[in-house]
Design a protein around this ligand. Sequence first.
Ligand code: MSP
Length: 625
Amino acid sequence: MAGKFYITTPIYYVNDQPHLGHAYTTILADVLARYHRTLGDDVHFLTGTDEHGLKVQQAAQQRGADPQAHTDEFVQRFQEMWRRLDISHDDFIRTTEERHKKVVRRLLQDLYDKGEIYQDEYEGLYSVSEERFITQRELDSGEFRQVEKIKEQNWFFRMSAYQQRLIDYINEHPQFIQPDHRRNEVLGFLRQPLSDLCISRPKSRLEWGIELPFDSDYVTYVWFDALTNYISAIGYTEDQATFSKWWPADYHLIGKDILTTHCVYWPTMFMAAGIDLPRTIFAHGWWLMGEDKMSKSRGNVVRPLDLIDQVGVDPLRYYLMRDMVLGQDASFTADSFVRRYNADLANDLGNLVNRVAKFIRSNFDGKVPVGVNDENSTLHEILITRTKNVVSRVPELIGAMRLHEAIEAIIHLVRNVNWYLEQTQPWKQIKSDPARAGSVLYHAAEALRIALQLLHPVMPSRVEAMRAMIGASDIPLSDFNWGALISGTPLGEHETPFPRIDKLAATDEPAKPEEDEGVTFADFERVDLRVARVLAAEPVAGADKLVKLQIAVGDGERQIVAGIAEHYDPKDLLGKLIVVVANLEQAKIRGEVSQGMLLAAEDEDGNLVLATVDDPDVEPGAKVG
Ligand code: MSP
């Protein structure tokens, strides 16, 4: 029975270039949206961009641009990418739009009026790259970058009060967080006491955000702002009819990286505001480049446009949907892409379309031949039964988010049609019994039509082209009745649907890191060089070259690890004013956390001399540049 289907993607940070990972979630949402449309469901598919926060502010500043102008420019990359990828979203929300800001302010005011928000002093560690406060344990994990120590007055949401309610809700609604192992991960996280959520940022530190309605010195924390997009876009508090038509969302699709914000922050905000929770939050895994994480600094980010330019958009959509088991990580390699393309698309599907269409063209005047219901033919019966089985199996698999299996089942049907032609051998009958050969072709084309319709959400434009090639264009996509193909319909223009490919050029080698183009002044300015005083120094056990230094850098103390043991006795370092890169990505070296790097000169013989500051009046923390 047709119903409504509201599906969302994360809203992407606007200052990033859209890459394969972003494309993946959006294509997945698109496939599900298109599939539900063919079921006759009333579908609302939302995507958009996350435009506030420190990262955007900093990126704009570096370019000397106003943040709004910066986001207006960058958002176009996403919009253009979705156009190229054939994304059929119904709405695109930007968090800088007034319709969104209005709802965020209203939600905040409502929570404030209910006593759910209070002011307090906060002291802790803030990760700029993640845009959130982190715990000491998280810092020690070494996984967080750009960590700053911060002490300030802030506004907090009483998230902790909802901990037990959330646990109960998750346990009572197994569909709420999917797949199951992600639900367990969230329940595991909730075994620790939940703290309250800091939902503000002082304007002195961050201006680019939505001002708190009850305190103009602050802007809203970017995650509180961003999550609200899922309800602001459908008119929460603005347009009751639209809101109640779509809410609750049927699927929030997310990557596993943003599980906590979606499965803990978001539902507790709702509990406090008295709004129903979304039906399912589904977290998929990561696309890795081979074995590695895809990242700008490794220079191995796959740009979807490179692939589209070479093979077209639909094979890319097909590969991404077919090669990821939803919920697990998947590995992108040029080889696996080429193999999948040639095996499934060029060989199985492409060859079948060629075979059927060409045979009809040359023997039946280019018109769909007449199919006779040959009750006595076992082969014919087998083909119909297999087709019907796939038609009923695919919705079950898609409903269970086993998309790769649904696609495999459809390709299996395609192979069955090839098998049916091998068995019936119409090319041998064409002279002696043309009517019978025509009937075989009709049945092959009919099974193929149904397979194509099942593949339509994944490869909309190529499927339309192939449907035309077998004379099936006018049949509604929702019609899976055997026999709907109309005899006598002229076939459309023919073109090889999937020419074989040998290799992919764009992904043979990782793209060159952007740094190769030379360092701009803005790039240089991002390196935070500071004077630091050495407070303590000792060798790192088990490592001949390493010294562990405790240093003061103005904003507090921290530890760095340096490879200078062969050149300096640790005790000679005490009190020295050295120069460090203060905002270097945190690392773990031989099990020791290192939050920065010192500078030293090295001559050709390998002698090393620390860069020091010789005026003792210079305060630790002074900027070098
Ligand atoms: N702005 C936040 C989301 C706010 S939602 C209210 C954000 N944006 S993001 O630009 O970093 O996009 C993250 C999402 O992109 C992931 O959750 C995932 O959907 C997708 N992906 C990014 N890299 C990915 C892979 N390598 N593989 C698969 N998807 C990944 O976080």
